[in-house]
Design a binder for this molecule. Structure first.
Ligand SMILES: NC(=O)C1=CN([C@@H]2O[C@H](COP(=O)(O)OP(=O)(O)OC[C@H]3O[C@@H](n4cnc5c(N)ncnc54)[C@H](O)[C@@H]3O)[C@@H](O)[C@H]2O)C=CC1
Ligand SMILES: O=C(O)C(=O)[C@H](O)COP(=O)(O)O
Length: 350
């Protein structure tokens, strides 16, 4: 079996080389029709568009994407061509939760936001959104949830987007990018959405850039219809809107999911899917490398931000937006450590 693997997927080499007869590593954008033609399977990230142009006439039978999102896979074409695929549901949801948790602490510290007086709207309450809900409630925020697919399945506890627009001081997006159908999310936040907002909320997007219409967001920022924004996912990555980048409170290069824990989950789940598809024994361990010991502040919030402060990623991108892909590709994967594990005294962990 020949497998082509994205060369930025961490912790994968030893395991995949045991599983496959031949392994070729390519950059995400380096997958071409010519070099996938004789492959049986691809293990990719968000940077490889799997469509007719790439796959037609190839031997590829299976694609594993080591990501939660799968909007880079043309699922209709894959069905038509008989190519099976698998994403890694929930693999890095903990990492996105960590990112949001740090963002809330920074808003409290730097903008004086009183979290217990803040109403947070969550759009899309799946693997990530439900973790964000729990975390936000634990910090004392009031939370409103919007998830029409879940509401339509008869689940309770959801409200319309118009209620979020009326009541929320902060709105965070955690939907997939659906480009059509009843639950289309392409430009879900458009000029009409921003016009409805009543409380000048802060907008957070860690889902997919195309869920928010960039120019409408920029206009809402300039006209004060929103108070600020935190943006991790952008339209047209890596050629992002530079004016928006310089205006937002935090602008990061699509790294909310970049914890070592999330990446190792993704690698393991992608390889397990590959083994299931080809009926192979899944006999490998994927664990993130141990990090050197560190000493943490006795203040739990300070310690949480020591573990991960998105300001450093935002400052790096604002200084060098042209390095969007390099900042992602060479990212020093962080660890997910919950604040309860590091509170209550100066201590050394890991
Ligand atoms: N920035 C980053 O590094 C990362 C980004 N992501 C992105 O985060 C997003 C959420 O991921 P998960 O929670 O794991 O996905 P999920 O599939 O578990 O949950 C998505 C939720 O959105 C809901 N939804 C679908 N259409 C909707 C609509 N029109 N309006 C409101 N809700 C809708 C679904 O019913 C579901 O509950 C995805 O776009 C994923 O690609 C995920 C991981 C890392
Ligand atoms: O899992 C997802 O969905 C994401 O957005 C990933 O964090 C993106 O990571 P890459 O696949 O682009 O490394």
């Amino acid at each position: 079996m020949k497998v082509i693997v994205d060369n930025k997927i961490p912790y994968i080499r030893e395991a995949v080389e045991q599983i496959a007869d031949e392994v070729v590593y390519l950059s995400g954008s380096g997958f071409t029709a010519g070099n996938v033609r004789d492959a049986d399977a691809l293990v990719i990230r968000t940077r490889t568009r799997c469509n007719r142009e790439l796959l037609e006439g190839s031997k590829v039978k299976f694609i594993a994407t080591a990501t939660i999102g799968f909007d880079h896979i043309d699922v209709d074409y894959c069905r038509e061509a008989g190519i099976e695929w698998q994403n890694c549901p929930g693999c890095n949801a903990g990492s996105v939760e960590q990112y949001l948790h740090s963002v809330l602490l920074l808003l409290k510290r730097r903008k004086g936001m009183r979290l217990e007086d803040t109403c947070l709207g969550i759009v899309g309450v799946g693997h990530v959104g439900s973790r964000v809900e729990r975390m936000a409630r634990s910090l004392g925020l009031r939370v409103l949830l919007n998830d029409p697919p879940r509401a339509d399945r008869g689940e309770a506890g959801f409200v319309d987007l118009s209620v979020l627009a009326r009541e929320c001081d902060m709105i965070t997006f955690h939907t997939p990018l659906n480009r059509n159908g009843k639950y289309d999310t392409f430009h879900l936040a458009d000029a009409g959405f921003f016009a409805e907002l009543q409380r000048k909320p802060l907008i957070i997007n860690t889902s997919r850039g195309e869920v928010i219409e960039t120019l409408a967001l920029l206009d809402a920022l300039k006209t004060g219809r929103i108070s600020d924004a935190v943006i991790d996912t952008w339209e047209n990555e890596p050629d992002i809107n530079l004016e928006l980048l310089q205006q937002v409170f935090l602008g990061t290069p699509h790294i909310a999911g970049y914890s070592a824990d999330g990446k190792s989950n993704a690698t393991r789940m992608a390889l397990e899917a590959l083994c299931r598809f080809f009926h192979l024994q899944a006999d490998f361990k994927i664990v993130p490398p141990a990090l050197p010991p560190m000493t943490y502040s006795s203040d739990p919030e300070e310690a949480f931000l020591q573990v991960y402060d998105p300001t450093r990623d935002s400052d790096a991108l604002k200084r060098h937006p042209e390095e969007f892909e390099r900042l992602r590709g060479n990212y020093p994967l962080r660890r997910e450590i919950v604040s309860s594990a590091i509170g209550g005294g100066r201590e050394t962990i890991f």
